[in-house]
Design a protein around this ligand. Structure first.
Ligand SMILES: Cc1ncc(COP(=O)(O)O)c(C=O)c1O
Length: 413
């Protein structure tokens, strides 16, 4: 059984008296699951000087950001707007990382004035000149493109030669000169997202460590007391289920491989991580009415109220492994499976959540639970066909509590 299933079935039933006819779909966040993933993240790394700055872009709901910050974790902002979301969530500057590849000068100045001490990663050597005037109030990092092959799908690959992200590590001499010339204290990589195999990521961090060690030797030789003190390892792991004892086998295997290959990460450097998708994927789920079901050719086509507007990546790139749990009368539907296409509500041909799945025969009035919608779903909400963003609820299943986090909303209606 899917680990979120008992909670999601309970929440679907608890929601019934709260839903109006307009609430054709509802989004949910599991506080218990989010806590479990945050705990597993900290336990897997077990690093005394770590800031686990969860990538805001994968789940920017303000209530979720507040929860992450209240738990003592940090936030990674990819845009100026995300810096403002992080501030509104109460994130202290020392737990906030600003990684935008296209920062405006006034944004940098505002970071220095209002969030002194925050880590700002320059995307290029050229950007260092803009950051320099504010370096006494910020911690300055430099994003390095490690130029390794990772097995991330091509749209999530950022480590190729022509990537727009970071300074290619092949420009080693220029990077080492820049570390001397500018007050850089951190080096950063993010090799790609949805990686299956972490060998490439380990190789990237081995290269980053070598670079940091060489840069520090040069700073020492030049009689400078400043050092590269922090390695920011980015995010990029694909989602995984936690074991019954709360441990995360994939994340643990990654950190164990790193402990073997890059032990200095634990002894000589402070650590920043930026896991988005891994942290959130299994902490969110959604509920949609099945509006009706048609028979087409050899299959059933079930029409849901969440589609490519919510699950943009699944519809446009490929299904990411969201699990479907149909309900009838509040109970999981167990009938024999038939070939089913899950159609979204948008008026365009590509709007399918998944085609050709085997599901019990659905009918009008059923409900569908979508399990594993915590990352890159609400965050990517698309305005295509102008549907409203559904109401979002937080669920504390341990306490059997449900709270409205945000109303159904549509900015122009
Ligand atoms: C700089 C940076 N850090 C962290 C992330 C989060 O990646 P993921 O959600 O795959 O962990 C991204 C994703 O695009 C990124 O660009």
């Amino acid at each position: 059984m899917h680990p979120l299933a008992p909670e999601a079935v309970w929440a679907a039933n608890a929601l019934r008296p709260l839903r109006t006819p307009q609430d054709s779909a509802v989004l949910l966040v599991s506080w218990n699951a989010l806590d479990a993933y945050l705990d597993a993240l900290a336990a897997s790394w077990n690093h005394e000087r770590a800031v686990h700055a969860v990538a805001i872009k994968s789940q920017p709901h303000p209530a979720v950001l507040r929860h992450i910050v209240a738990r003592g974790f940090g936030l990674e902002a990819a845009t100026w707007e995300e810096v403002q979301l992080a501030r509104a969530a109460g994130c202290p500057p020392e737990r906030l990382v600003f990684d935008s590849p296209v920062k405006r000068p006034h944004e940098i100045e505002d970071c220095a004035l209002r969030s002194p001490g925050m880590l700002v990663n320059a995307n290029s050597l050229e950007e260092l000149e803009r950051l320099k005037p504010f370096a006494d109030r910020l911690r300055l990092g430099l994003r390095i493109n490690p130029m390794v092959e990772v097995d991330a799908p091509s749209v999530y690959q950022v480590s190729g030669d022509e990537s727009k992200f970071g300074t290619p590590i092949a420009e080693r001499a220029a990077i080492l000169d820049a570390v001397r010339a500018y007050p850089i204290v951190a080096l950063h990589v993010h090799s790609g997202s949805s990686m299956n195999d972490t060998h490439g990521a380990v190789r990237a961090l081995t290269r980053l460590r070598d670079l940091a060690v060489e840069a520090n030797e040069r700073l020492a030789a030049a009689g400078t007391s400043r050092r590269i003190t922090t390695l920011d390892v980015g995010g990029g792991l694909k989602p995984e289920y936690l074991e019954a004892n709360g441990s995360a086998p994939q994340m643990r295997a990654y950190t164990e491989a790193l402990r073997a290959a890059v032990p200095e990460l634990w002894f000589d450097f402070a650590l920043v991580t930026e896991f988005g998708q891994w942290t959130h994927f299994h902490t969110g789920y959604a509920l949609s009415d099945v509006e009706y079901v048609l028979s087409r050719g050899d299959r059933s086509v079930a029409y849901l109220h969440l589609g490519a507007d919510f699950l943009l990546r699944d519809a446009y790139v490929r299904p990411r492994g969201i699990a479907w749990l149909p309900l009838r009368g509040g109970q999981a539907l167990m009938d024999a499976p038939v070939l089913t296409d899950l159609a979204g509500p948008l008026c365009f041909a590509g709007d399918y959540l998944e085609k050709g799945c085997m599901l019990p025969t659905l009918q009008e009035g059923d409900e569908m639970l979508l399990l594993g919608t915590g990352s890159n779903a609400y965050a990517l909400w698309s305005r295509h066909t102008s549907r409203s963003i559904p109401a979002t609820y937080g669920v504390d299943f341990a306490q059997r509590r449900l709270e409205l986090l945000s109303e159904r909303t549509n900015p122009f209606i």
